[in-house]
Design a protein around this ligand. Sequence first.
Ligand code: ZN
Length: 316
Amino acid sequence: MLVRLTDAWQDILARRAANTETGAYPAPVRQLLGEMAAAGVLMQGNIKFNGALVLQIFGDGPVKLGVVEVQPDLSLRATCTQVGEVAPNASLSQMVNVNNEGRCAITLDPQDRLPGQQPYQGVVPLFGDQGEKLENISEVLEHYMLQSEQLDTVLVLAADDKVAAGLLIQRLPVEGEGNLAGKTDSLMRESVLGKSEDFSRIAILSKSLKRDELLTLDAETILLRLYWEEPLARFEPFIGETGPRFACRCNRERVGRMIRSLGTEEVEGIIAEQGQVEVGCDFCGAQYRFDPVDAAGLFTGLPADLPTNVPGGPVH
Ligand SMILES: [Zn+2]
């Protein structure tokens, strides 16, 4: 599976650059978030999950949080929270794993989740099998997929200021779900069939793809360059309205709920200081303003634009 985000990625970067408080992402953060965005789309496309796939990195360095959320229709949003300076050539561990406490989480949040039902979450450390700090988010995610799905995976990722791209190669089980690559009998059967050899060869070819090639070449050229000796069956690409695109899911009601969760005292304090409560969406840059009347309405009244029949609506 190959993904090449252009408009969607540039949209995400432009929104960040337009934020006067944060300014544009420094190059290493941009690369990290772009690679996460490409990976998130690949993972959502790969599992076809009926809900949001959320890829998060929790950092203990200057990058505190990176989030990519991809919906089943491949619409996505992404943001990074940075505190302090990121050096122009900072590595992954220098950004998020300075004190060995960085980690990566993959959450699958079902669309029709019942109240109280927890989304599925897998957490992986940013270390390899030998205890070494991983310096590529692709290696972190390969580990995760090998652990969670028991499927050998090769992930090649790259991002710059125009393109976020990725290539995912996964060995499919020979005989359906119950017979995964991690099981011995399956492995034996696969070697008998020569499938392990096939996968190893294709994995090596895939890993030979250079960052520059992934960023600059179209899918056709990449497929030809890597797998020219392999029989290929190509699927119709998802582009335009069916393809990955930026879309934010923030709205005034959710922001209102978030403000209410701060409690009356905190909100009154903000209003006394600033005259209103203003919240900006980190993903799209939208600004939500609640004047003293709006804010009071969150706690006491039932403003017309805040339906009461939704979970988490005003409490009486
Ligand atoms: Zn938003």
